[in-house]
Ligand binder design. Structure first.
Ligand SMILES: NC(=O)c1ccc[n+]([C@@H]2O[C@H](COP(=O)([O-])OP(=O)(O)OC[C@H]3O[C@@H](n4cnc5c(N)ncnc54)[C@H](OP(=O)(O)O)[C@@H]3O)[C@@H](O)[C@H]2O)c1
Length: 305
C-alpha cells in the first residue's frame, strides 16, 4: 500500500537510480516513474535495482509506474531527467501531483528550474546541485563512482524550512545538505561547467586535455574571464574560478564530460541550459561573452545541439 509520503522518482537514468537505491538503503519505498513507452516494455512492474559502490553491491526491488498507471496522488517527487526533459516529464505527471506537493529538481544547468517554479505556483519547488558521480552499467544498475556533495534548497525565498526535505539530509548514504542560497550553488556549478563541457564536446577530448598550454587552454581561460564577469555582475563571488576550473580539469583529467559523451552519441546536450543560459543572462546584464558565443556557434555548426 502506498504511503502519503512516498518519494516518487521521475526518470530512471543514473541519478534516478542512484537516488532510488539510496532511498531504499535508508528504508524508504520509492516508486520509479518511467516514460509510458519504457514502462510498457517491462515484463514485471516490480523491478530489481542494483547499486554498486567501489566496496559493496546492494540489491533492492522497487515499484515502477508510468504517467498512465499512477494510482495515488504524488506528494513528494524527485525529478532526475536531463534539463531539457524536465518540464515535459513534469507535465506528464502533473495531473497526479497533490496540491502543495514537494518537488526536488536535480538536473544541471539553469533556466528550466525557474520555468518550472513559475509554471507550478501551488507546489513547493526545490532544486539541487550535486557533485556525485554515477553511471548506469546496464538498465537499472547504477555505479556510484564518486561520492560527492548535494546541496538542496528552495527556489522561492518564503520556503526556508520544509520538514519533508530535511528527511533527505539525515541518515542517508548520499551527502545532502540544505542551503538557503541554492541559486548561487547552481550558478557556481554552471560557471565551471560552462567553461569545460562545451569545449570538451567541440574538441572531442578528455577534461585534462583542455590544459594543453595551447589553443584549447587559451579558449578555456577566455571563457573563465567572461564567466567571472557575469558572476561579478550578479554579485556572486568569482575570485577563484580559474583555480576551480583548472582543478576540475586536473582531478578529472581522464574523464569525458557528460556533454562530450552526449555529443559523441549524437544526443541532445544540456548546453542550452549551461552556456545558453549564461549568454542569455549576460545579454540582460550587458556583459560581453564573445568566447561563449563563438563556442556555441562552432558547436552548432558541428551539429552539437
Ligand atoms: N550522472 C551523474 O554523475 C550526474 C552528476 C551530477 C548531476 N547530474 C545531472 O543529473 C541529471 C540527470 O543525469 P543522468 O546522468 O541521470 O541522465 P540520464 O542517465 O540520461 O537519465 C535521465 C533519465 O530521464 C529519463 N527521462 C527523460 N524524459 C522522461 C520523461 N518524460 N519521463 C520519464 N523519464 C524521462 C530518461 O529516459 P530516456 O533515456 O528514455 O530519455 C533517462 O532515463 C542531468 O541534469 C545531469 O547533468 C548527473
Amino acid at each position: 500500500m502506498i504511503q502519503n509520503d512516498t518519494w516518487h522518482i521521475l526518470g530512471a537514468g543514473s541519478i534516478g537510480c542512484l537516488w532510488a537505491t539510496s532511498l531504499c538503503h535508508k528504508g524508504e519505498t520509492p516508486r520509479l516513474i518511467l516514460r509510458e513507452s519504457s514502462y510498457q516494455q517491462l515484463e514485471q512492474k516490480r523491478i530489481p535495482l542494483k547499486l554498486s559502490t567501489p566496496d559493496q553491491t546492494f540489491l533492492f526491488d522497487v515499484d515502477a509506474v508510468s504517467p498512465e498507471t499512477i494510482d495515488s496522488p504524488i506528494n513528494r517527487l524527485i525529478v532526475c531527467t536531463k534539463a531539457q526533459d524536465s518540464l515535459s516529464a513534469l507535465n506528464s505527471v502533473k495531473p497526479h501531483l497533490a496540491e502543495n506537493s514537494q518537488i526536488l529538481l536535480l538536473h544541471n544547468g539553469m533556466g528550466s528550474q525557474q520555468t518550472i517554479r513559475d509554471a507550478l505556483p501551488m507546489h513547493r519547488i526545490w532544486a539541487g546541485s550535486s557533485t556525485d558521480g554515477a553511471y548506469l552499467s546496464a538498465p537499472f544498475e547504477v555505479c556510484h563512482a564518486g561520492q560527492g556533495q548535494t546541496w538542496i534548497g528552495p527556489l522561492r525565498s518564503n520556503e526556508q524550512s520544509e520538514q519533508g526535505f530535511h528527511d533527505l539530509c539525515d541518515n542517508f548514504r548520499l551527502k545532502v545538505s540544505q542551503c538557503d542560497t541554492i541559486e548561487q550553488k547552481l550558478w557556481e556549478k554552471l560557471a565551471i561547467n560552462s567553461c569545460i563541457n562545451g569545449l570538451t564536446a567541440l574538441f572531442n577530448c578528455r577534461n585534462g586535455e583542455l590544459l594543453d598550454n595551447g589553443d584549447k587552454q587559451a579558449w578555456l581561460d577566455r571563457l573563465i574571464v567572461e564567466t567571472c564577469a557575469v558572476l561579478t555582475a550578479l554579485d556572486i563571488p568569482a575570485t577563484s574560478l580559474r583555480e576551480k576550473v583548472h582543478g576540475v580539469c586536473q582531478s578529472t583529467a581522464r574523464n569525458r564530460s557528460s556533454t562530450c559523451q552526449d555529443a559523441r552519441r549524437g544526443r541532445v546536450t544540456e548546453l542550452s541550459f549551461i552556456n545558453g543560459f549564461l549568454i542569455q543572462q549576460a545579454n540582460t546584464l550587458g556583459v560581453t561573452v564573445d568566447g561563449h558565443h563563438q563556442l556555441m556557434n562552432q558547436l552548432g555548426a558541428a551539429g552539437v545541439r
